[in-house]
Design a protein around this ligand. Structure first.
Ligand SMILES: [Zn+2]
Length: 467
C-alpha cells in the first residue's frame, strides 16, 4: 500500500523531510512507514511515503536519519504567563487553593511586556519539546495590564508557532464568595465585550489557521454561573470553542456542593457547557455516570499528567475510561508555576506512566500516549484530520526525534515505545506549517538572549525581587 497521493502532488514541493527510520502517521489507519518521508507545500502535507515510494523533488530537504518522525504534539492546556513565577518558593508546598491565593497578587502585576516575553519563552520551550500547536489559558486581566492577549499572540506570530489562545476570565472575587482577590477579576459585561473583540480581531476559522481564539471562564470557583451561561451563548453565536478547568481538586467538589448545591460537572452541564464545543482541563474527579455523560456530549478532556502528580489533590484522571466512553482526550502541560516544566514529550511520558499506574502494565502503551498528544489533542481543539496526523491535506506540523546516544542505546525493536520509555529527549527538528523552528536540535528563532534578559526583569518585578 502506498502513502502517496499522486492526484494532489505538485511537481516540486517546498520541503521534504526524509531518511527517517520510521514515520508514525497517526492517520485513520495508524500507518507506520519504515524509511519514511513527508512532503510539504504551502504549509500542508502533500504526500507521505515509505522507503519503497519515490518522494517528489523538493526545494529544501531536511534529513531525518536515525529519527522517528511523528505529527507535532499539541498542547491543550497551559497558562504561559506563569513561567514568570516558576518554582515560586512561598507557594511550592501548598494545595491548589493555597497555591492560587499566594500567586494571584503576583499575577495582578502582569503587563503587555510580561505577557509578550512569557509567551515567547513558553512557546519556544514547547517547540524544543516537540510541540507545534499550543493553547494558552490567560485568565488574569488586571485593569492596568493592557492588552495581554494581543501581546502573546504577537509572540506566537514572531516565532511561527500555531496558537490557540483563550480569552480567559475571572468574575467571582472573595467579596462575592469566590477565591481570587478583586485585583484580578472583571465584571461579566466587560469580559463578554473583550471576548467578542478578541475573536473579531484574532480568530481565523480558515483551514491551516495559525491563530484561533476560544473563550475560557477560569473555573467554577472564580466565575459566576451567569458568566458561564453567557459565555456559552456567545461562543455559539461566534462559532468558537469553550474551555475551562473542571473537577480538578477535591476542594472544588466541596466548593460547588456548598455554593451551587451541585457537583462540578453537574454545574458545568447546568450552565449549558455539556457539548462538543467544550474541552476541559484536568477532570480528575468525575463519577462513572459523569464520564458517560461527557462521552455523550463529546466534551474533550485536556489530561495534564505532571499537574495531576504535582498539585492535583492525589488523583489521576481516568483516561482509559474516558476514551472507552467516547470522550476525546488530549494532553496539556498546565501552567508553568504548577508543573514548571513545559515539554509535551515529558507529558506524553507522564501519560504513559500514569496510565499504567492507574490501570496496570497491560492497560496503556506508548502509542496510546502518543495518540493523546496528537489525534486526541487535535479533537479537543476541533481540528482532527487537520492537525495531529501526517496525511495529505493535513497541516505540515511534525517532529523528528533522534533516537541515539546513551539514552537510546539498545532500543532496537520498537522506536515508538523507545521514544517514551527511554530519554529524556527533545526534538531534533520541529516543523510548523512547513517551516523548521527547531533544526538539528537548535531553536532557529532570533533574539533568544534578549528575550531571556527581558523575561528575567519581568519575572523579578512580579516576584518583588531584584533582577
Ligand atoms: Zn490550568
Amino acid at each position: 500500500m502506498t502513502g502517496m497521493d499522486t492526484t494532489a502532488e505538485p511537481t516540486t514541493v517546498d520541503l521534504l523531510v526524509t531518511g527517517a527510520d520510521l514515520v508514525v502517521t497517526m492517520d485513520d489507519d495508524r500507518r507506520e512507514l519504515a524509511g519514511g518521508w513527508v512532503a510539504c507545500a504551502d504549509g500542508f502535507v502533500t504526500a507521505v511515503g515509505s522507503a519503497t515510494d519515490t518522494p517528489p523533488a523538493a526545494t529544501r530537504v531536511l534529513r531525518a536519519d536515525g529519527c522517528l518522525v511523528t505529527p507535532g504534539l499539541i498542547n491543550t492546556h497551559h497558562h504561559i504567563y506563569q513561567n514568570l513565577t516558576r518554582a515560586y518558593r512561598p507557594a511550592t508546598s501548598s494545595t491548589l487553593f493555597g497555591w492560587l491565593t499566594t500567586l494571584y497578587p503576583r499575577w495582578a502585576l502582569l503587563d503587555e511586556e510580561a505577557s509578550y516575553v512569557s509567551a515567547w519563552v513558553g512557546l519556544a520551550e514547547l517547540a524544543v519539546g516537540g510541540c507545534t500547536t499550543s493553547t494558552d489559558h490567560l485568565y488574569v486581566h488586571p485593569a492596568a495590564g493592557g492588552d495581554l492577549l494581543t501581546a502573546e499572540i504577537e509572540a506566537a506570530r514572531h516565532l511561527g508557532v500555531r496558537f490557540h489562545p483563550t480569552r480567559g476570565s475571572m468574575s467571582l472575587s472573595q467579596k462575592d464568595g469566590g477565591l481570587p482577590p478583586d485585583s484580578v477579576v472583571q465584571d461579566d459585561d466587560t469580559i463578554l465585550v473583550a471576548s467578542e473583540e478578541a475573536v473579531a480581531r484574532h480568530h481565523d476559522p480558515a483551514p491551516g489557521a495559525m491563530v484561533r481564539v476560544a473563550l475560557a471562564p477560569c473555573s467554577p470557583f472564580s466565575v459566576t454561573p451567569e458568566l458561564m451561561r453567557r459565555t456559552a451563548e456567545l461562543a455559539e453565536r461566534l462559532d468558537v470553542r469553550l474551555h475551562t478547568h473542571l473537577a480538578e481538586d477535591p476542594d472544588e467538589d466541596t466548593f460547588c456542593l456548598e455554593t451551587f448545591g451541585r457537583r462540578p460537572i453537574e454545574h458545568f452541564e447546568d450552565c449549558g457547557w455539556g457539548s462538543d464545543r467544550s474541552w476541559v482541563a484536568h477532570c480528575i474527579y468525575p463519577s462513572e455516570a459523569e464520564i458517560a455523560r461527557m462521552g455523550a456530549w463529546g466534551t474533550g478532556v485536556a489530561h495534564c499528567p505532571s499537574s495531576n502528580m504535582m498539585i492535583g489533590g492525589g488523583g489521576i484522571a481516568p483516561v482509559v475510561d474516558y476514551r472507552a466512553a467516547g470522550v476525546p482526550v488530549g494532553l496539556g502541560c498546565d501552567g508553568s508555576a504548577s508543573t514548571d516544566c513545559a515539554s509535551l514529550w515529558l507529558e506524553s511520558r507522564g501519560a504513559l506512566l500514569l496510565g499504567r499506574q492507574r490501570g496496570g502494565p497491560t492497560s496503556f502503551t506508548a502509542r496510546d500516549a502518543l495518540e493523546l498528544g496528537t489525534r486526541g489533542s487535535a479533537a479537543c481543539l476541533g481540528r482532527l484530520g487537520e492537525l495531529g496526523v501526517l496525511a495529505p491535506g493535513a497541516a505540515a506540523d511534525l517532529v523528528a526525534w533522534k533516537l541515539d546516544g546513551l539514552a537510546f542505546a539498545g532500543a532496537l525493536s520498537d522506536p515508538v515505545e523507545a521514544l517514551l520509555r527511554c530519554g529524556p529527549t527533545r526534538a531534533h527538528h520541529t516543523v510548523i506549517a512547513g517551516r523548521p523552528l527547531v533544526e538539528d536540535g537548535e531553536l532557529r528563532a532570533t533574539g533568544l538572549d534578549d528575550v531571556l534578559a527581558r523575561h528575567r526583569v519581568a519575572a523579578a518585578r512580579l516576584q518583588g525581587l531584584d533582577a
